[in-house]
Ligand binder design. Sequence first.
Ligand SMILES: NC(=O)c1ccc[n+]([C@@H]2O[C@H](COP(=O)([O-])OP(=O)(O)OC[C@H]3O[C@@H](n4cnc5c(N)ncnc54)[C@H](O)[C@@H]3O)[C@@H](O)[C@H]2O)c1
Ligand SMILES: [Zn+2]
Ligand SMILES: [Zn+2]
Length: 360
Amino acid sequence: MQHVRGVVARAQGEPVSVETVVVPDPGPGEAVVRVQACGVCHTDLHYREGGVNDEFPFLLGHEAAGVVESVGPGVTEVGPGDFVVLNWRAVCGQCRACLRGRPWYCFDTHNARQRMTLLDGTELTPALGIGAFAEKTLVAAGQCTKVDPAARPEVAGLLGCGVMAGIGAAVNTAGVGRGDSVAVIGCGGVGGAAVAGSRLAGAGRIIAVDLDDRKLDGARGLGATHTVNAANTDPVEAVRALTGGFGADVVIDAVGTPSTYEQAFRARDLAGTVVLVGVPTPGTRLELPLAEVFGRGGALKSSWYGDCLPSRDFPVLIDLHLQGRLDLEAFVSETIPLDGVEKAFATMRGGDVLRSVVLL
Ligand SMILES: NC(=O)c1ccc[n+]([C@@H]2O[C@H](COP(=O)([O-])OP(=O)(O)OC[C@H]3O[C@@H](n4cnc5c(N)ncnc54)[C@H](O)[C@@H]3O)[C@@H](O)[C@H]2O)c1
Ligand SMILES: [Zn+2]
Ligand SMILES: [Zn+2]
C-alpha cells in the first residue's frame, strides 16, 4: 500500500478537502494508476451534494489520464508504463449484452474489488468507480484504456467522461451520417462535444442552441454552422427555419429537462432521431402527445456514456485528435492544482468554463 493526496468529499454539501488516501497494492484484475490529469465534471459536484448516493466519504474525480504504475495477478491487457485513459464502464464480457455482441450496453461493468481508505481506515467511495483527483488511484484493469502517449494528459483524460458522452451521443447513439442536419441543445462540455462529433461524422448543418453566447461562440469553433440563443429566440422555430421548415434529422438534448426534451422532440424532422444525453433530475416527468410520438416516426433514444466502447473508441479519437481532425484542446478551459477543485466547482456553476482540469 502507499499514501497519496486525494480530494475527498466527507459530507453532503461541505467543501471538499485534500486528504491522505491509502491506496492498496493491486490485487487480481486490478491496476494502480499514477494520475497525470483529471477534469472537473458536474457529476463530481453531484456526488458532493449527495445527489448520486449517500455513500460518503467520496474520493472525487473521474475524467482522467495517467500512467499505469503496477498491476495485480492475471492482468494482461495493460502493464506498468502504459499511458491510459480511465473509463467508468469496464465491460464484463459475460452478461447478456456482452454475449450478444453489444458490450457497449454491458449490464455488469466492474471496478476494483479492494477499497481505498482514509488514514483511519474509513473506506472511500471513488466517484464512478475511479476517484482520480488523487496522485494515484486503484481501478479494475479493464478501466484502463491504452492510447497514444503523444496526447497531452489534460486533453486525453477528457475522453473519460463528458467529451466521450457528447461525441458518442452524435456518432454512436444517433448515428449521424454524412449530410445529416443536427441540432444540439445545450453546448457545454457534453453538447460541445456532440457538435464536434457531428462535424467528425460529416453532418451538413450543425445548429448549436444555448442560452449563453459564450457557449455559442465556443460551439462555432467546434463545428457549429449556425447558432441559436434560446434566451431570446424560440429554438424550435429557429431550427425549423434553418432546415427548410422541416426540422433536423438529429436533435441532441444535452441539458436533460422536460422543456429542452420537448424542444428536441418538436425540432426534429419526420423520421428523425432525438438523443437524450443530459441527465434529468430524479422525479421530473415528461408529457408528449402520443399520437405524434407514433405519427412522426423515427427514434427517441438515450445515450449512456455515448454508448461508447472504450477499447474501440478512445484510441481512435485520440488518433483523430493527434491528426488535427478533432479539437480536444478546446475543451480545456484552465488547468488547476489538486487543491483547486472546490474553486473549480464555483467556476463551473458560473458557466465560465467547458472544463477545468486538475494537473498532478
Ligand atoms: N449521458 C452521459 O453519459 C453523461 C455523461 C456526462 C455528463 N452528462 C450530462 O450532460 C449534461 C451536460 O453536461 P455539461 O458538462 O455539458 O454541462 P454544462 O453545464 O457545461 O453545459 C450545459 C449547457 O446547457 C446550457 N443550457 C442550460 N439550459 C438550457 C436551455 N434551456 N436551453 C439551451 N441551453 C441550455 C447551459 O448554458 C450550458 O452551456 C449534464 O446533465 C450532465 O450530467 C451525461
Ligand atoms: Zn457485460
Ligand atoms: Zn463526468
